[in-house]
Design a protein around this ligand. Structure first.
Ligand code: 8YV
Length: 313
């Protein structure tokens, strides 16, 4: 039996690449290159496409694959995939939600604690030998404080659960109030920001949430308030955030994501009130393996029974 031909956009975990190569006839596409001429010649060969939250799949790529039947993406965010175009063509899009909730929520809390208690900055202080010269300045308590969550989705709910271990009050803002949530709803993001000691961004990316956290929201968060982002850099007005951090208009920020990854504006490097992570919220062996397994399982289910295991809504 001939094996299904799959186009793999960008490199994936080695064990995922091996699993795919075992089951399918895979060609790896380098996303940094112009592949249009190659695709014009070979695009018709592929029935499957693996994408990722990082590399996505735009309309041009989907249309360059006239026989495409399924997309399987590594990641929960799918704003870089033209899902509408896939839907028009009747192509299901599999993705990997839920399996990363715990690690992403852990990271959100790691950043909350780090930025408030200034652990990363204190580590730099110790390494510089500054402890020999005097005590490290006092930081801010986390337990018992108010945690505002922008985006009470799958990940937001797990972050809220973590907060109970720290005796924190939780409120949230979403486009709509959730009928079944035990947490208080703030009708506006500004309202949530002015209530919260910590504002954690856990919403999806894409055009609908672009720059939701703007200068006004940061102003509402105020000089004692901390911002944490484990969602997408696009949700925050990065220039306004930089300005607020430089001027002390908010107390600090913990950021795992940025507007133009992997580029982080150098001005952030000079600030001690910001913790900067290289988009690692889901990056543990356990979680990345679970995501990889789901990428394979989505394809397996599709070719066995015509639908992926977990499809984007
Ligand atoms: C991805 C992410 O693993 O799932 C997402 O949406 O942002 C990360 O967990 C990473 O971007 C790889 O594509």
């Amino acid at each position: 039996m001939t094996r299904h031909r799959i186009l793999q956009k960008g490199r994936l975990l080695p064990q995922l690449e091996s699993a795919l190569a075992q089951a399918y006839d895979v060609h790896v596409l380098d996303p940094e290159q112009d592949n249009s001429a190659w695709l014009a010649e070979h695009g018709h060969e592929f029935v499957g496409l693996t994408a990722s939250a990082r590399y996505g799949a735009d309309r041009a790529l989907i249309d360059a694959l006239p026989n495409l039947r399924v997309i399987s993406s590594f990641g929960v965010g799918y704003e870089a995939i033209d899902v509408a175009r896939a839907r028009e063509r009747g192509i299901p899009v599999g993705y990997t939600p839920d399996v990363l909730n715990d690690c992403v929520a852990d990271t959100a809390f790691g950043l909350v604690i780090d930025v408030a208690r200034r652990f990363s900055a204190a580590d730099r202080f110790t390494r510089r030998g500054d402890w020999l010269k005097g005590q490290y300045p006092l930081a801010t308590q986390v337990s018992g404080k108010k945690l505002g969550i922008l985006g009470m989705g799958r990940i937001g709910r797990v972050i809220a659960r973590r907060a109970s271990g720290f005796d924190m009050q939780v409120r949230y803002h979403n486009r709509r109030e959730l009928p079944d949530s035990p947490f208080g709803y703030e009708a506006t993001l500004k309202g949530l920001a002015s209530w919260a000691d910590f504002l954690v961004v856990a919403s999806a990316g894409g055009p609908e949430t672009r720059k939701l956290v703007d200068a006004g929201v940061l102003q509402a968060l105020g000089p004692e308030g901390f911002l944490v982002n484990i969602s997408r850099g696009s949700v925050i007005d990065e220039a306004a955030l930089l300005d607020a951090l430089q001027q002390g208009r908010i107390a600090g920020a913990g950021l795992d994501v940025f507007e133009k990854e992997p580029q982080v504006p150098e001005a952030f490097f000079k600030l001690d009130n910001v913790v900067l992570l290289p988009h690692v919220a889901s990056a543990t062996r356990e979680t990345r393996q679970a995501m990889a397994d789901l990428v394979v399982e989505n394809l397996r289910c599709f070719f066995a029974q015509g639908s992926v295991k977990v499809a984007v809504p």
